[in-house]
Design a protein around this ligand. Structure first.
Ligand SMILES: Cc1cc2nc3c(=O)[nH]c(=O)nc-3n(C[C@H](O)[C@H](O)[C@H](O)COP(=O)(O)OP(=O)(O)OC[C@H]3O[C@@H](n4cnc5c(N)ncnc54)[C@H](O)[C@@H]3O)c2cc1C
Length: 479
């Protein structure tokens, strides 16, 4: 028999259980405590050793840098420079001089950001309890929920926030015949997974965005000097930051576009105006990110779908930028001729030899060319559309009708307060979603700055609620 309420003691405080302790879960716990200290009992269920890391900041690879300047990556969206000051106070720039760009901006390792988030959550002591396990089911219980965990214990929750997010990339069906080969790396985020690649190996990277950039930087760092080919349908290379940061430009919120085409024209106009004034496109895209919610909410569903279909590859390339240090590696490898970024389709080849046999077809060409590789790494990004299939917890919640995919397949459907919408279309009272899986409703919700702002909103909503403290179910009589 499970212990029904192991964490409760006699506490009358409502308990908020956050499932997932990556950045989204950690920053939410921090904001909950900051908004109303000790008002709630806060429990984070996270199988990793430390809260605050998740997939992105659990990496110990020194080649993995934050892709947003430290200045902008803060626990509180409005406290610009908080992380940067923390780094400076701890002597980080002296320990990692390569993190300093153009004498002023810091792009530390992603591990350093994880250290920062984890340090602030740990400072809260018992106010935030970390349960090092996985949640395997969430079941309705009174006005809250009962969270079943892999370690065999249940936790009663007066409110649950799902902060589970990234899942490994989906293997494209055209490459499925190769997926069981040990040289086929389907999950590039597993620690040390690239170590199996030898210095002279011919490497195919499927995807040309941020993950590709990370993989090239890691391979280069571990001494790889062989040929790397990176392919995607359009062959768009991940962009980096402007050399000088400036005020955001444009207004996409006052009279937001109602169609994707109108939005595209508007953006092009503002970028052209900026260019006439000698300014780059970067501050225009930054403004779009800041006003992302207004842009997204003005578009009807069919236009949102059109935007994802036609503009997302460009958005992903220009909005999400790589750290200058990583960009320098990419540029050098292209210059040396050891990295080629191609617009091409890819499929498993039919030939049998010792190499991994692949065929490539250049964009607009009809001819498949055979190309042998010694390793293939998937870099197509998290498969958010498959989270209900890939994360057993979400599979259970969907089967039980507690949560459902959003209509665009970006994650979990939520209302504007980030409360989950069940199979019957009803908004859950005490079940929330934090982090990128809520972006079907919010549009742009991926980078740490946006996630911090979103978490603060959820914390304020939860604090304003009159959460009912769940009663324990009757205990079994001991024999
Ligand atoms: C490789 C990578 C690098 C990135 N770099 C940057 C960057 O430099 N700057 C930036 O602004 N953004 C970056 N991002 C964007 C990123 O989405 C956010 O910054 C942020 O890390 C997302 O965190 P999360 O907590 O929502 O998700 P995740 O990091 O995926 O964390 C979710 C957590 O939930 C846990 N979990 C899953 N299922 C369960 C379960 N059933 N029970 C309990 N726990 C569970 C997992 O163990 C995991 O720790 C990056 C993203 C990736 C993938």
């Amino acid at each position: 028999m499970r212990d029904s309420h192991p964490l409760s003691g006699s506490s009358p405080r409502p308990r908020i259980v956050i499932v997932g302790g990556g950045f989204s879960g950690a920053v939410l716990a921090w904001h909950l405590h900051r908004t109303a200290p000790y008002r709630h009992e806060i429990v984070v269920i996270e199988p990793r050793e430390e809260v605050g890391r998740g997939i992105a900041y659990d990496s110990r690879d020194p080649a993995h840098r934050v892709n947003v300047p430290a200045l902008k990556m803060n626990l509180d969206f409005d406290e610009e420079g908080h992380f940067e000051q923390w780094l400076i106070a701890s002597g980080y720039p002296e320990r990692d001089p390569a993190s300093v760009i153009a004498d002023i901006h810091l792009f530390p390792t992603r591990a350093a950001f994880g250290d920062y988030v984890n340090a602030y959550v740990r400072q809260l002591g018992d106010a935030v309890k970390h349960r090092k396990t996985k949640a395997c089911a969430v079941l309705p219980h009174q006005s809250g929920h009962r969270v079943l965990c892999d370690d065999g214990e249940d936790v009663l929750a007066d409110a649950v926030v799902l902060a589970v997010c990234h899942t490994p990339p989906d293997v494209p069906s055209s490459l499925a015949p190769l997926q069981n080969d040990p040289r086929f790396i389907a999950n590039p985020w597993q620690p040390d997974v690239l170590r199996s690649i030898s210095p002279d190996d011919r490497v195919l990277i499927v995807g040309t965005g941020l993950t590709m950039a990370d993989i090239v930087a890691s391979l280069d760092h571990q001494g790889h000097r062989g040929q790397i080919t990176a392919v995607s349908r359009r062959g768009l290379r991940a962009q980096t930051h402007a050399t000088q940061f400036s005020e955001t430009l444009g207004d996409f919120a006052s009279n937001p576009s109602r169609t994707t085409l109108a939005l595209l024209h508007h953006v092009r106009r503002v970028i052209a105006d900026a260019a006439r004034d000698g300014k780059s496109w970067h501050p225009v895209l930054d403004q779009m990110r800041l006003q992302g919610l207004d842009i997204w909410r003005a578009l009807p569903l069919n236009e949102r779908a059109r935007l994802i279909r036609h503009l997302r590859p460009f958005w992903d390339t220009y909005r999400f930028r790589i750290a200058p240090q990583v960009d320098a590696v990419i540029t050098r490898r292209i210059g040396e001729g050891t990295l080629k970024i191609r617009a091409a389709s890819v499929r498993a080849g039919a030939r049998e030899n010792t190499a991994l046999s692949v065929d490539l077809r250049a964009r607009h060409s009809r001819t498949w060319e055979p190309a042998p590789f010694d390793a293939i790494v998937l870099a197509t990004g998290p498969a958010h559309g498959s989270v209900f299939r890939d994360n057993p917890l979400l599979g259970q919640m969907s089967a039980d009708g507690l949560a459902r995919p959003d209509p665009l397949g970006l994650g979990i459907e939520v209302d504007i307060q980030s409360r989950a919408i069940g199979r019957d279309g009803r908004v859950a009272g005490t079940l929330f979603v934090a982090g990128p899986l809520a972006r079907g409703t919010f549009g742009e919700l991926m980078g740490a700055p946006d996630l911090a702002r979103h978490a603060r909103n959820i914390a304020e909503t939860l604090t304003a609620m009159d959460l009912h403290v769940s009663q324990l179910p009757p205990r079994p009589v001991q024999a």
